[in-house]
Design a binder for this molecule. Structure first.
Ligand code: NAD
Length: 486
């Protein structure tokens, strides 16, 4: 698929060294990405700082038009981008197209946003307005599971608010993001959106660099901690979207046959490599065997294979270390008494394929239940009592999302309301949209993406206070005093 260039100040930039990118379905190199040097990163950030001045001063209407033009460009190039995404990430082509479509959707949605201005006082004492200003340069760091949609969760609102963005994709999946940078040259003003590629050290350098005023990071909790610590020195703003270990609680009135396909898909989509996938299912003892059987039926029927074959619904695990981690977690659970009722091993073929695995007899305390597996292996844990299961579901360092499944929707909603997470769903999981805020509790993150809440995180709140009110002159206010400072 060739060599790709970084986008710095609107220009294509190569580098002395390259990173090989592996196609996880074939284990062959599918492309090369530049390894950005420290000097090139400096250049990208300086260019972004310069571009920010012009971009932030533009009329919001002009910025909106640019974002819509960017959306049109990506939409036009969907086929090329989706093929590249499948090659480097592994997800089936149809889902890769959906991911490109989501970037388009996010751009169009946030194109309508402008930093707001709100009057909070307007009387003879003062006119006080709260305005939102862009922050400056934003560093966006993304993981390998949804490199494009997660990049645009950041790029779209950040640009609409008037910031400039430098995005650094994961070294496992940099190619589609680099190609997006190439396609958007000339569509967005130079320097407004730069794309740099490299290893983890590049992310660390971006985070420590004095130019960005904010780091918007999506990735693992372990890396999120490092980003948070590195940003602290310079008091950079951060948004951290981190790991999850989402519980799905099936209630005793659930219609197992009806929910099993949805429960399966919301756990195994993208071969389980979704931050908000169902990662542990709690089933009432009465329905336990029936639910395990129904999930096993789904796992046995689903087709896993090369994402370029349209018959496949599931692709490989993205990379070797993650494949090893999933294998180890399943082996550990089995050694502690769980049973792989479906799957339980790699597929006997090239590529990082791990068979869709349903772990019956799983218990809290097993690593596959307590930690984030991030792969196609789902533990099913039995419970006896709703209060007890809520306590167990909440007894996690993570708090990204969770769901409750049952026929009595009101009861299910009451129980879901007690989940200590950023999002709870009833009879659904993984339902995300640009207008719905997304945030993690506890170790799952800091800050919010999406909706007006996410947009505002790319702005600085500023108070504009005019003594005596805007409609009156200084002579009239000389004898008045404003509210006392606290
Ligand atoms: P990761 O933390 O290993 O890497 C994420 C990004 O951070 C990559 O671009 C990487 O190069 C970069 N990076 C690594 N070290 C860095 C450092 N010291 N400073 C700055 N950047 C650094 O995560 P991953 O393995 O690519 O992704 C999987 C993880 O992401 C899972 O834990 C998953 O739950 C999480 N995730 C969370 C969300 C969410 O919205 N909450 C969404 C998707 C994925």
């Amino acid at each position: 698929m060739g060599t790709f260039t970084m986008t710095i100040d609107g220009r294509g930039v190569g580098s002395a060294r390259h990173l090989d990118v592996i196609d996880p379905a074939t284990e062959q190199v599918c492309g090369q990405a530049p390894d950005c040097s420290p000097e090139q990163l400096d250049e990208a950030l300086e260019a972004a700082a310069t571009a920010f001045r012009g971009w932030s001063a533009l009329d919001g209407e002009y910025r909106a038009k640019s974002l819509v033009a960017a959306a049109d460009t990506l939409e036009r190039e969907t086929e090329e981008l989706a093929a590249l995404l499948t090659a480097e990430q592994g997800k089936p082509l149809g889902q890769a197209r959906t991911e490109i479509a989501s970037a388009v959707r996010w751009l169009r949605y946030f194109a309508g946003f402008r930093p707001g201005r709100e009057v909070v006082q307007d009387d003879e004492v003062a006119s006080v307005e709260v305005v939102r200003r862009p922050l400056g340069v934003v560093g966006a760091i993304t993981p390998w599971n949804f490199p494009i949609s997660l990049a645009f969760w950041k790029i779209a609102p950040a640009l609409a608010a008037g910031n400039a963005v430098v995005v650094k994709p994961s070294p496992y999946t940099p190619l589609t993001t680099l190609r997006v940078g190439e396609l958007l040259r000339g569509v967005l003003p130079d320097g407004v959106l730069s794309v740099v590629s490299g290893g983890d050290a590049l992310g660390a350098r971006l985070t420590r660099h004095p130019v960005p005023r904010k780091i918007s990071f999506t990735g693992s909790t372990a890396t999120g901690r490092k980003v948070f610590a590195a940003a602290a020195d310079d008091l950079k703003r951060v948004t951290l979207e981190l790991g999850g270990n989402d519980p799905a609680i099936v209630l005793d009135d659930a219609d197992v046959a009806a929910i099993a396909p949805r429960l399966f898909l919301t756990s195994f989509a993208n071969s389980g490599q979704v931050c908000v996938a169902v990662k542990r299912v709690y089933a009432p003892r009465r329905l336990y065997a029936e639910l395990v059987d129904a999930l096993v039926e789904q796992a046995s029927a689903v087709r896993m294979g090369d994402g370029r074959d349209p018959g496949n619904l599931l692709g490989p695990v993205n990379n070797r270390p993650q494949l090893d981690r999933v294998s180890d977690l399943v082996a550990d659970a089995v050694s502690r008494g769980a049973v792989a009722a479906a799957g339980g091993s790699r597929l006997d073929r090239d590529g990082y394929f791990y068979a869709p695995t349903v772990l019956a007899g799983a218990e809290d305390g097993m690593a596959v239940v307590d930690e984030e597996q991030f792969g196609p292996a789902l533990p099913v844990v039995a419970y006896d009592d709703v209060d007890e299961v809520l306590e167990r579901a909440n007894a996690s360092h993570f708090g990204l999302a969770g769901s409750v499944w049952g026929t009595d929707v009101e009861r299910a909603a009451r129980i879901a309301g007690r989940l200590e997470v950023g999002t709870s769903w009833v009879n659904a999981h993984m339902a995300l949209a640009p207008h719905i805020p997304f945030a993690g509790a506890r170790w799952s993150g800091i800050g919010t993406e999406n909706g007006r809440w996410g947009f505002e995180e790319f702005t600085q709140l500023k108070v504009e206070y005019v003594a005596g009110g805007r409609r009156r002159g200084t002579a009239e206010i000389s004898n008045q005093s404003g509210p006392r400072a606290g």
